[in-house]
Design a protein around this ligand. Structure first.
Ligand SMILES: C[S@@+](CC[C@H](N)C(=O)[O-])C[C@H]1O[C@@H](n2cnc3c(N)ncnc32)[C@H](O)[C@@H]1O
Length: 305
């Protein structure tokens, strides 16, 4: 410890304080302070830039490490015929099972796989009235009609609607759509075009009946249309997706939508009353799959169904 000549510690901890710079006039003092301030600002900017670089590339780097880990895990496991690698095994940022094998973008094969999954999920439910929210091209609506369901297709854009008379085609913003008359809700390719606020509101309104939901989630993947930085809002983690409102596939009004992480998505469903959630694995895209979300029997009884 630094001490004075009489043995007591100095206030600054330094035995010989460095001499203050000699300043001859107030103008010189100001000039000197401005020089120091500019230097400090430049230093701060350098730190910010370095920090931003680390922040913005972190999910990308994390995803690379995760993918490598999952690849090596699934290689090892397939050799020993064990179950496919799961995210938790690799401490991944909520990456889904068998992700490395799944393509990043849809193609003919994944579109066919969507239909196949859809058919299977639908077949588990007793036939009744079903609504396809954000129906778009209406392929799933028509498929449900083929399977004997009474179908309504709703979308804020009607350009891609079909003319199948078995389906009721409704021009509507799903955020104002009354789902009360329906036994089952379809939310296919729509959820990830909504804001967090809309997602929470809609899940609450949809609760009480089975929900088939097919959505992208934030699994730490590299995508130029997703912000690199993960955000936490009211405890829900995820990333923002920039909408291109010119596209017929985009959100209706919001320029950004929210892609929750898998745990946050599951939490959202649970809080809305979907107590049993079945996840379709393997995921058909690197960051996208179907879920069948079921209300608790109590909620179903309360709603009189
Ligand atoms: C990616 S497409 C999905 C189409 C189809 N359901 C599928 O899974 O292939 C998204 C659809 O959601 C519709 N959409 C987005 N936001 C909407 C909103 N707030 N209300 C109604 N439709 C909306 C778009 O117009 C578009 O047709």
């Amino acid at each position: 410890m630094a001490t004075t000549t009489n043995g007591r510690p100095t206030a600054s901890g330094s035995s010989t304080p460095s001499p203050a710079p000699t300043i001859d006039s107030p103008a010189a003092l100001i000039a000197d302070l401005e020089k120091r301030l500019a230097k400090a600002e430049a230093e701060a900017r350098r730190w910010h830039r370095a920090h931003d670089r680390v922040q913005s590339t972190f999910p990308v780097r994390a995803a690379r490490v995760t993918r490598r880990t999952l690849r090596s895990l699934s290689g090892r496991r397939s050799a020993s015929t064990a179950t496919p690698a799961r995210a938790a095994d690799a401490q991944a940022p909520a990456a889904p099972s068998a992700t490395p094998a799944a393509p990043r973008f849809p193609n003919e094969e994944t579109n066919a796989r969507r239909m196949e999954i859809f058919d299977h999920l639908l077949a588990t439910l007793p036939k009744g009235k079903i609504v396809d929210l954000g129906a778009g091209h209406g392929h799933f609506s028509v498929r449900a009609a083929d399977a004997g369901w009474s179908v309504t297709a709703a979308d804020a854009r009607t350009v891609r609607f079909q003319s199948d008379p078995r389906v009721e085609w409704v021009h509507s913003d799903v955020r104002n759509f009354d789902v009360e008359p329906y036994d089952v809700i379809l939310c296919l390719g729509l959820f990830y075009h909504l804001t967090l606020e809309d997602q929470l509101n809609l899940l609450r309104r949809w609760a009480g009946r089975p929900l088939i939901i097919d959505t992208h989630l934030d699994t730490g993947q590299e995508r130029p249309d997703l912000t690199a930085t993960r955000v936490t809002i009211d405890g829900y983690e995820g990333r923002y997706y920039g909408e291109n409102l010119e596209s017929a596939l985009a959100s209706w009004e919001n320029t950004e939508s929210f892609w929750p992480t898998v745990p946050s998505f599951r939490r959202m469903l649970a809080e809305a009353g979907f107590k049993v959630v079945l996840e379709v694995a393997p995921w058909y895209l690197i960051d996208r799959t179907f879920f069948l979300a079921l209300p608790s029997p109590a909620a179903t009884a309360e709603s009189g169904e």
